[in-house]
Design a protein around this ligand. Sequence first.
Ligand SMILES: [Zn+2]
Length: 223
Amino acid sequence: MTNSAPDPNAEALPRAARLPLIGGALAFDFANTASGRGGPEARDHLTAPDHVLLWAEHAGILDASAAAALRARAIGPTPEIPDLLDRALELRECVHAIASAVAAHTPPDADALTRLSTLTATALAAATLAATTLAPQDGGFRWSWPTDPPGLWTVLGPIALSAVGLLRDGDLHRLKQCHGEHCGWIFFDTSKNNSRRWCEMSVCGNRAKQKTFAKTAKRRASD
Ligand SMILES: [Zn+2]
């Protein structure tokens, strides 16, 4: 095999481990682990506990050894942590529902807000406030979750805090949902003039362009 040959294992990895991280915030990248919401090609990329761990490693929440340790606790015939996938999906769906409503300038669902509050409170109950290597004056404290061994909230806590932090302090005029038909992806628009419309120009942007082109061609043909 030459160096230029594609890595056969790369494609074999579940999609959760390869999803583009284009949300501009951890919580939105997590909300984007389902694609094509409401459309004929809807696809959930988190259908097993291991998908959650692969994504968390991909997104930088867990390193390889923490992911392996959590895998041993969350996967198996009698897992110590049996609800990793269920809790992950609960968190993802309430983050997506709230973000989607904010992006559409509509009031978010009260039940989704309650669920996010409860999940965040539970996550913080499992956290400790830890000093970082930075000086205290430079923002040297952070919420920290157990790593030896890692637990459920070691994965989900940072995501919940990311969501709540953005909702509380973020510029929500920049919270958007991709204009692609049945895309559903959420992102924080960091463009200079707040004009981003697509999750990825190369995916939904081009698809929309092709659609417009096909419509125009059809109209011209029937003129
Ligand atoms: Zn899109």
